[in-house]
Design a protein around this ligand. Structure first.
Ligand code: SF4
Ligand code: SF4
Ligand code: FES
Length: 254
């Protein structure tokens, strides 16, 4: 049932620049922002570029900035915004066209994270692996990530300072946490965290946690425990002395 009309301002443009364009959209009960954008595409602007797939908040494709706040378009009812709303592309990534951004950098850094690595003994064993339920639950939270990259978009290190060459961002911290805290993984990714992943750039503002549509406790459950492991390894005075001796003896240190 048609209830009323609604002003939808969509950023239109490409890498060379663009501007907001207003569209009058008929509102239907239960309509989300993605419905309104697709209505514009079907009825008023067939060249409007928008990325989406599941319309169920599960594929992570329809990330955008709604009233300047990173959200999934398919999970955002337009009734939250009165009679007007503005939709734009994520600002932390290069625009391709309209609402579509180039998020390929995230996949590039993802490849730099060493994958799940069990011990030789576990690999050779024909027995089922046994794990504590609480260990399983701890990493299950991280596996809910749908790679929407909204957390990357809101993170000031990537967004305001564009430090992509120095910091992998919160989504990657979630992936690293899922591996580091896996009870059957034996690889030590702390050198990566200290080096290329740049965890030291995170100052725990928690903005990433606020925007996560999967409600992953990115800072409390992933980043802070990873930082604590880093502190134990790199800022514990006894370990520092051991590392100093190893360096002097020409032995490898992390
Ligand atoms: S808590 Fe860290 S990773 Fe998350 S938004 Fe803030 S600086 Fe970025
Ligand atoms: S951690 Fe949350 S906000 Fe970040 S990419 Fe995954 S689902 Fe999206
Ligand atoms: S369309 Fe899949 S998350 Fe929105």
């Amino acid at each position: 049932m048609e209830i009323s009309n609604f002003d939808l301002s969509i950023w239109r443009g490409d890498a060379n620049g663009g501007d907001l364009v207003s569209y009058r959209v008929p509102v239907r009960e239960g309509m989300v922002v993605l419905d309104a954008v697709l209505w514009v595409q079907a009825n008023m602007a067939s060249d409007l570029a928008v990325r989406w797939n599941c319309k169920a908040a599960k594929c992570g494709s329809c990330s955008a900035e709604i009233q300047g706040f990173p959200r999934l378009m398919c999970k955002t009812p337009i009734t939250e915004y009165g009679s007007q709303v503005t939709v734009g592309p994520m600002k932390a990534f290069p625009v391709i066209k309209d609402l579509v951004t180039d998020v390929s950098w995230n996949y590039k850094v993802n490849k730099e994270i060493p994958p799940f690595t069990p011990s030789e003994k576990d690999l050779a064993s024909s027995e089922p692996w046994r794990m504590q339920q609480q260990d399983v639950e701890r990493v299950m939270e991280f596996r809910k990530c749908i790679e929407c990259f909204l957390c990357q978009d809101v993170c000031h290190v990537l967004r305001a300072h564009d430090l992509k060459s120095a910091f992998y961002g919160p989504r990657s911290m979630v992936r690293i946490a899922s591996l580091e805290m896996h009870p059957k993984d034996v690889l030590d990714r702390r050198p990566l965290l200290k080096g290329n992943a740049g965890i030291g750039y995170c100052n725990v503002t928690k903005c990433c946690t606020e925007v996560c549509p999967e409600h992953i406790h990115i800072t409390d459950n992933a980043i802070i425990p990873l930082k604590e492991r880093m502190d134990d390894e790199y800022f514990d005075p006894i370990r520092s002395i051991v590392r100093l001796f190893r360096r002097k003896a020409g032995k490898p240190t992390a």
